[in-house]
Design a protein around this ligand. Structure first.
Ligand code: TTP
Ligand code: MN
Ligand code: MN
Ligand code: MN
Length: 414
């Protein structure tokens, strides 16, 4: 076996968007370790280190079988000194001391718990940790004023940290479709994000909404949200309007993955029987989302919900009537849902941009910029040499413009 392993040398192209990465990962032990270091770096405001670990993990995800020795990795791209050391430690001793100590560290554990609250990003978590707030109980006891998102995040902490199953995503898709068709019969809804890539679970459910007639998507989001709210489907929502046209720095900003579509970050109330029975209506409950009072100025609102091993109890005073029955059976659960509205002219770019994975997207933009002198965003593709936008009505056309072989969504799991 060892002899055989010695002769197996892997070879992969250096950009993740040149590779086909399915969900079949033969190196989960190694990629979990590198992903944890990536996550720790990202939570610690070390984006560069985070990307380096993510790229290293992605290379291992693309390998056709398990790595058994470091000699097999010679010549592989994106494996820096640090990542190689971690891989070597695991292959030779079964574990990486750095990964294990990170995992056990109070700081990492606190960052995970706090950023596990929807509406709490790394910067806010960091600030709280400096004030010795490490747990949700300590957060509640601290008397800090939480913004509306964070209050909802705390209230639904357990639900939102429990992975969303595909069947639940499908049930929510039915509701979103009903909402969209009710307010604009010709409009179309597409499931994006991890579920479009074939993942069996996700941390949220992502949808892209468009209308085949340009301009008819205008005003769609607020109507959809009102419909959902009136039917009692929303526990929380925050809608951000489209800022694409009024922006000064041009449509394609390759360095950023934030786009400027009209979007809605929401928390759905998913009923147990929703989408299962036939002809089941939207179950109006009267429990509509709280009034949109705006946040208390925390700009750090990117949520970082991850399956947490630390399941703290948040029930009690702030939990609302449902949360006061700790283990009692509730006929619904809270699910994070992202809605995005795109004009049809930008749909292909939006679809590509919202399908992910995040690393695949980042690598597409890096490829476009560094190898093709183009700027790719979720809105458009700009050719810097020709000084013009390149149109596309499908993802296939965008890959072709970029000089890349088409990679289907199920193979974008870098
Ligand atoms: P996510 O929903 O964060 O990730 P995911 O669906 O791949 O994974 P999970 O199963 O954990 O939910 O983001 C989906 C895609 O949306 C991702 O490729 C990046 C893109 N995106 C943007 O384009 N702009 C944004 O502002 C955000 C938050 C995401
Ligand atoms: Mn494989
Ligand atoms: Mn998602
Ligand atoms: Mn999302």
């Amino acid at each position: 076996r060892t002899d055989e392993a010695e002769v197996v040398v892997f070879c992969v192209p250096s950009y993740a968007c040149q590779r086909r990465t399915t969900l079949e990962n033969h190196n989960t032990i190694l990629t979990d370790a590198l992903s944890l270091l990536a996550e720790n770096a990202e939570l610690s405001d070390q984006e560069g280190r985070g990307v380096a670990f993510r790229r290293a993990a992605a290379v291992l995800k693309a390998l056709p079988r398990a790595v058994t020795g470091v000699t097999q990795l010679r010549g592989l791209p994106c494996l820096g000194e640090h990542s190689l050391r971690v891989i070597k430690d695991i292959l030779e001793t079964g574990a990486s001391a750095e990964v294990e100590s990170t995992k056990q560290s109070e700081r990492y554990k606190a960052l995970k718990v706090l950023t596990g609250v929807f509406g709490v990003g790394p910067k806010t978590a960091e600030r709280w940790i400096r004030e010795r707030i490490h747990t949700l109980q300590q957060l509640q006891d601290s008397g800090h004023t939480l913004n509306r998102a964070q209050q909802a995040g705390l209230q639904h902490y357990d639900d939102l940290n429990q992975p969303v199953a595909k069947a639940e995503a499908d049930a929510i898709a039915e509701v979103v479709e009903r909402a969209v068709v009710s307010v604009s019969p010709g409009a179309q809804v597409t499931l994006t994000g991890g579920f479009r890539r074939g993942k069996p679970t996700g941390h949220d459910v992502d949808f892209l909404i468009t209308h085949p007639e340009e301009g008819r998507e205008d005003g769609l989001m607020s109507k959809v949200v009102s419909w959902l709210e009136s039917q009692g489907f929303l526990l929380y929502q925050k809608t951000t309007r489209n800022s694409y046209l009024e922006s000064k720095d041009g449509p394609a900003r390759p360095a950023s993955n934030m786009d400027r579509f009209e979007r809605c970050f929401s928390i759905f109330k998913l009923h147990e029987d929703e989408g299962r029975g036939t002809g089941h209506p939207g179950t109006p409950t009267g429990n509509t989302a709280a009034a949109n009072t705006g946040s208390l100025g925390d700009s750090d609102s990117r949520s970082q919900i991850r399956g947490g091993e630390q399941r703290l109890l948040v029930s009690g005073e702030d939990g609302g009537p449902e949360e006061t029955k700790p283990a009692g059976h509730r006929p619904w659960r809270a699910v994070r849902v992202d809605l995005v509205v795109s004009p049809i002219s930008q749909f292909a770019f939006a679809l590509l941009g919202w399908t992910g994975s995040k690393l695949f997207e980042r690598e597409l933009r890096r490829w476009a910029g560094h190898e093709k002198s183009m700027s790719l965003s979720s809105h458009a593709l700009y050719d810097n040499k020709q000084s013009r936008y390149l149109r596309a009505t499908s993802e296939q056309e965008i890959f072709a413009h970029l000089g890349l072989e088409f990679v289907p969504p199920s193979e974008r799991n870098a």
